[in-house]
Every structure is written in structure tokens, then in C-alpha cells.
Design a protein around this ligand. Structure first.
Ligand SMILES: [Zn+2]
Length: 344
């Protein structure tokens, strides 16, 4: 039988004499905001996976629903909150089923395989294919699992989203404090938004793309907007990089977004020695993502240049996106539209 986890006694004492130590792990943990599982990805443990499991209740809200949360009040087919008033429409059974079924896969496809936790020292013990006992600086892949439940029976839900159907302009939200939020029927689709970014003497309208539900799940993971919590325009950022973040108006993941996994990992590590206590993990972007996705590579290369460095005339230099052609296209699906700044 293949053993994928070594009990203490198998690791030779000489390893301890060399000052190298390894840690016991706790496989599963429960939490108020999510449960989590830490497990080896392969029998040979140079890579583990930490999966945050969020149990979500999706509430189908119809025009005849009468309900409210801390932010919105629904009565007589109308939803009211600080952003305004929207008229509710009826979900067909097919629309609702499809929305519900697509929810988990849409979120997971975005967040999975993007972030990795890198350790500062060897910590994980396993037997390699030649039965040699090893202690390695094993990496931990950050993974997300969404479980959609209808009625919270047994295990309490971690978060609840009301889901509306409307053709009015609707602003979705998620409140980590209240562990509730509101989404609409279009929130699993890529949607464009235009943001104004200024440099030199010009404002440029930049088109970003985002799946709103993916952004809202970022809030469920306790991630903030680039400039901190709050729904005001400035919170989404002022620079191109801030706007392009999944927690801004775009769809880019950054290493700092590994924080929920980084913090959860502490629940899974049994720290006993001083060496154990020194062990730290830092979040990095999964190199496979960068190597194999031309879009990410282009976008990162582009992000290194500040907008102020962009050539004013003869745009399109140095692989930068053209900003003055009639249907300009930027990297990673970002479109640019040029607006002249009238007076300076
Ligand atoms: Zn937000």
C-alpha cells in the first residue's frame, strides 16, 4: 500500500540532527466564512492543494417576493436600496436552473490554478517514488470550491446571495460583514465597463471586462477594492493597474489575493518547534498561468510601463496598444477609446 503521509517515526532522527524538521498537517478545518482542506495533489508531496470551500445559498427573488437584507428592501415587484430602484422580472425555471448550475463552475474556473503559496523552508515530509524519505519546500496551490445549496439544512451556509432578474441597471454587491449580497441574472457573463484614466493632457476611456459574480466572490473571500473597502468610484482605483484588477473593474489576479489562503493555512499547520514557527508562505502567481497565457504575459509586460510613458503620437510602439485607431484593441481583451482633453 502506498502511504502518502509519513508518521513521525518513519522520518530518520538524523534529519532532526541536521536541524531540518517537518510539520504535521491538519487535513480539514471548519470556519465561519469557509471550510478548508489541505491535501497532497500527487502521491509524492512536492505540491499540495489548499481548497477553500464556500457553502452558498442562492435565493431566487421574484416580483412577488417580500424580503430584505441590510441593504435592500423588496416589495411589490420593486427592489430599493441606496443605489436606486429597480423593477423585478420573473425568472423562468429554465433561466434559474441554468444560472444556478453555471454558478460554481464560473467562479471556480476563474479563481483556481492562479495562485500558489511558496514556503521559506522545507517543511513537508513524504516518500518519493524510490521510497526515499524527503522533506521538501513543498508548494501549495490555492483552490476554491463553491457548493450551492438551496435550503440551509445541517451545515449553516457561509454566505447568501439574493438573485434578481431585471432589465434595469442594477448594482450587485456583497457584504462580508453581513455575509449576504445581491446579484442579477447577467452576473455570470463577461460584461464591459468603461473607466476614465488620465495621463499627460488626455483622459482615456478604457474598456475593462469582468464577470461580476467573480468579483463579488472576491469580497466573500474578504478581498477589498484596490483602494480599500467602499463602493465609491475612487475605491476601484485610479491607475490602469488598479482598474484592471479583478477587485477593480477588470479581470487580473495579483499575488496579494492569495491572502485568504495564506491566512487559512495557519489552521492546517501544527507548529511545534522554533523552526516550525519561522516557516512562512508568500503568495505568488502560478508560473504556469504566466507561461501559457499570452494574455497575462502581455498584460503584465504592459503594466510595467506607466501610462505616462505611453507615446502620445505614433501609438502602437513597443507592443503597446494603439490608442487612436477607430476600433482599438488592447492586451487581454482591453479596448481603448481616445478622448481628447478639451482645455489645458
Ligand atoms: Zn466590489
Amino acid at each position: 500500500m502506498l502511504s502518502i503521509f509519513l508518521p513521525h517515526q518513519i522520518v530518520p532522527q538524523s534529519i532532526y540532527r541536521l536541524g531540518i524538521t517537518y510539520m504535521d498537517i491538519i487535513t480539514s478545518a471548519k470556519g465561519k466564512r469557509w471550510d478548508s482542506i489541505l491535501e497532497p495533489v500527487m502521491p509524492y508531496g512536492s505540491l499540495l492543494r489548499l481548497t477553500l470551500q464556500i457553502r452558498l445559498e442562492l435565493v431566487r427573488i421574484e416580483p412577488d417576493s417580500h424580503s430584505f437584507d441590510a441593504f435592500s428592501y423588496i416589495h411589490n415587484g420593486i427592489l430599493r436600496n441606496q443605489f436606486g430602484t429597480v423593477n423585478l422580472q420573473t425568472w423562468s425555471d429554465g433561466e434559474w436552473t441554468s444560472f444556478r448550475q453555471r454558478f460554481a463552475s464560473t467562479i471556480e474556473r476563474f479563481w483556481n490554478h492562479k495562485l500558489v503559496l511558496m514556503p521559506t523552508q522545507p517543511w513537508y515530509a513524504y516518500s518519493d517514488p524510490w521510497s526515499v524519505n524527503r522533506i521538501d519546500p513543498s508548494r501549495i496551490g490555492c483552490s476554491l470550491s463553491i457548493q450551492v445549496v438551496d435550503t440551509p439544512a445541517g451545515n449553516p451556509v457561509h454566505f447568501r446571495f439574493g438573485c434578481v432578474k431585471t432589465s434595469d441597471s442594477f448594482r450587485s454587491y456583497a457584504s462580508p460583514e453581513w455575509r449576504s449580497g445581491m446579484l442579477s441574472q447577467v452576473d455570470l457573463n463577461q460584461q464591459p465597463s468603461w473607466r476614465s484614466i488620465s495621463f499627460k493632457d488626455h483622459f482615456h476611456m478604457v474598456r475593462f471586462q469582468q464577470i461580476t459574480a467573480v468579483h463579488e466572490i472576491g469580497h466573500v473571500l474578504m478581498l477589498n477594492h484596490p483602494r480599500g473597502p467602499g463602493g465609491e468610484e475612487w475605491a476601484y482605483g485610479t491607475t490602469y493597474e488598479e482598474h484592471s484588477s479583478i477587485m477593480g473593474a477588470g479581470d487580473v489576479v495579483s499575488a496579494t489575493m492569495a491572502r485568504p489562503w495564506q491566512q487559512t493555512l495557519d489552521k492546517h499547520l501544527v507548529r511545534q518547534t522554533n523552526a516550525d514557527r519561522k516557516l512562512q508562505f508568500s503568495g505568488v502567481l502560478d508560473s504556469n498561468v504566466l507561461d501559457h497565457s499570452w494574455a497575462s504575459v502581455n498584460l503584465l509586460a504592459f503594466s510595467k510601463k506607466t501610462l505616462a510613458e505611453m507615446p502620445e503620437s505614433n501609438p502602437g510602439h513597443n507592443g503597446l496598444p494603439s490608442i487612436e485607431t477607430s476600433t482599438p484593441k488592447g492586451p487581454a481583451g482591453v479596448d481603448w477609446k481616445h478622448l481628447p482633453f478639451t482645455q489645458h
